[in-house]
Design a protein around this ligand. Structure first.
Ligand SMILES: CC(C)(COP(=O)(O)OP(=O)(O)OC[C@H]1O[C@@H](n2cnc3c(N)ncnc32)[C@H](O)[C@@H]1OP(=O)(O)O)[C@@H](O)C(=O)NCCC(=O)NCCS
Length: 182
């Protein structure tokens, strides 16, 4: 995301259902360790549903180093104590890409408290002007909370299939979903 695009979307204060407050802002290059703390504190089950790469500090630092990439938008929820309560992103390949790929992950104590919804609503707002016109994602059937959230926010199922097993998790059914933003 370019600095000019970032300037169009100022930080936003949010309140979660568990009483915690925070702000939505874009990822910065100095967020590596905060993102690492988020990854390392995730419940084991999160790695069944969210596994773009190993959820360790090294990958967190690599992601933060790319915070200014022109083909990625990464939004974080920073809580009042400075820790990250979650983050969501989409990224695409080149100016002509039809669709971006989307990912989201919320810290254990913030799950079920509206963090996923506020992150996604803001990200969808940004996608109305930045990046490809379509956002796509995959989601296992067993991830009921995510399926519910995506359908409520206007994603539709375009295909179903099986995701390969990885680490201790077996192969299981998943949806491919899309949401047009413009
Ligand atoms: C999936 C995830 C992003 C959802 O974020 P969240 O903050 O936990 O979800 P929210 O509290 O915003 O809830 C969103 C919706 O899910 C639904 N929901 C909440 N808890 C639910 C549950 N236990 N079962 C089914 N639906 C549920 C609610 O309908 C809610 O809608 P509402 O905003 O109208 O009330 C989050 O739980 C997470 O990071 N999980 C681990 C990683 C992961 O699964 N990533 C996504 C991979 S596809």
């Amino acid at each position: 995301m370019t600095p000019a695009e970032r300037d169009q979307y100022p930080e936003r204060e949010v309140a979660l259902k568990n009483g915690r407050r925070g702000r939505l802002r874009f990822l910065r290059q100095d967020d590596g360790d905060r993102l690492g703390d988020l990854y390392e504190g995730l419940p084991e089950e999160a790695g069944r549903f969210y596994w773009p790469h190993p959820l360790d500090r090294e990958h967190a630092r690599g992601n933060a180093a790319r915070a200014d990439s022109p083909t990625e938008v990464v939004l974080v929820l920073e809580l009042e104590d400075g820790s990250l309560g979650g983050y969501a992103w989409y990224r695409w390949r080149g100016n002509e890409a039809r669709a971006s790929g989307f990912g989201i992950c919320v810290a254990g104590p913030c799950q079920g408290c509206g963090a996923g919804r506020v992150l996604m609503e803001r990200l969808l707002e940004v996608a109305g002007r930045v990046g490809p016109p379509v956002m796509s994602l995959t989601c296992q059937h067993a991830n009921a909370r995510a399926v519910e959230l995506y359908l409520k926010l206007g994603f539709r199922v375009i295909r179903e299939g099986i995701v390969k097993g990885r680490r201790q998790w077996p192969a299981e059914p998943q949806y491919w979903m899309e949401r047009r933003r413009r």
